[in-house]
Design a protein. Structure first.
Ligand SMILES: C[S@@+](CC[C@H](N)C(=O)[O-])C[C@H]1O[C@@H](n2cnc3c(N)ncnc32)[C@H](O)[C@@H]1O
Length: 294
């Protein structure tokens, strides 16, 4: 029997000594070691470090942890893919290599119930476009239990995972999964459209650490400049929003280039307590006033 705290320490040292990149659901070697030992021991990732010394693993679990740790190091595959699971917005998600590992700062907006945009009323209809694993749309549905949520993606393989997450979180009666190239198959109007689309430029993609290249390029790359998804989204979104509706989109490092394309739009770039940037909110009225990009 080995206690989880000692194991966590040993694996933290192994991960720290290896050429690994952290940021796919865990922020550091210690964070990722914690996630690994808790997962195999059947504990949530959020289990406090002070609690794990009281837990031991069996010889079989110990071997499983060691094999997974060695694979993480030798393959440089994000831990979420090795475990088939990731944590986002406080919930567990089925994950495989057809979807990005959830890590969006949208988690903070969801926890804050999309204030200040939805204080007086709750969004009744929500669209999560480019949903991948479904994490943003389904977590939002869990936060607003009376809402109807559509989650869409162009990738059937990603949507198969999203559908499993719909079932896992028991929201099948009000979360609809739609295969769609941006708005092509989307019908109706929404109070809130959220999206974390691909927004990485080719130059940035080529320089990313190995772990990112284990993820589907379809989920990251957005043309040469990183804007090939967000520009049509900005042009079409107003037609799918109710009059008081909001579009909230993550564009990461492409924020500056996007702002340059629309010099007259006062993008509201959101600030996050727990990290992340490049997320903007625009009302339907602001979208209607959008001038064509230069
Ligand atoms: C950055 S990932 C985001 C996944 C998820 N929302 C998250 O935050 O983890 C972008 C997603 O956009 C999807 N996608 C790429 N091109 C698309 C398109 N033209 N229309 C709809 N979805 C698209 C990809 O399949 C991928 O799942």
């Amino acid at each position: 029997m080995t206690d989880l705290f000692a194991l966590r320490e040993a694996i933290t040292q192994e991960f720290s000594a290896a050429a690994l990149w952290f940021g796919h659901g865990a922020e550091s070697a210690a964070d990722e070691a914690h996630w690994l030992v808790c997962h195999v021991a059947g504990l949530p990732f959020s289990t406090d470090i002070s609690m794990i010394a009281d837990n031991t693993v069996t010889a079989e679990q110990l071997e499983q942890i060691q094999v997974l740790a060695q694979r993480r190091i030798s393959e440089q595959t994000p831990l979420a893919y090795l475990l088939g699971e990731a944590w986002f917005a406080g919930h567990p998600w089925f994950i495989d290599e057809n979807v990005l590992v959830p890590r969006s700062p949208f988690a903070e907006l969801i926890a804050g119930r999309f204030e200040p945009w939805f204080v007086a009323y709750e969004p009744g209809t929500i669209l999560d476009m480019c949903t991948g694993s479904g994490c943003i749309g389904i977590a939002t549905a869990l936060e607003f239990p009376r809402s109807v949520v559509h989650i869409s993606d162009i990738s059937p393989a990603a949507l198969a995972i999203a559908q499993r997450n719909v079932v896992r979180h028991g929201v099948g009666d009000r979360v609809q999964v739609i295969e769609s190239d941006l708005f092509a198959n989307i019908e109706g109007r929404f109070d809130l459209i959220v999206s974390n689309p691909p927004y990485v430029s080719q130059l940035e993609y080529d320089q990313l650490p190995v772990e990112y290249h284990r993820e589907p390029a379809l989920g990251l790359l957005a043309g040469g400049d990183g804007l090939s998804l967000v520009l049509p989204m900005l042009e079409q979104a107003a037609g799918y929003l109710n009059d008081t509706g909001w579009l909230i989109v993550e564009v990461g490092n492409s924020a500056e280039l996007l702002a340059d394309c629309y010099p007259k739009i006062p993008f509201d770039w959101l600030e996050f307590e727990y990290g992340g940037d490049g997320v903007f909110a625009l009302s339907k009225a602001q979208l209607l006033a959008l001038s064509k990009p230069l």
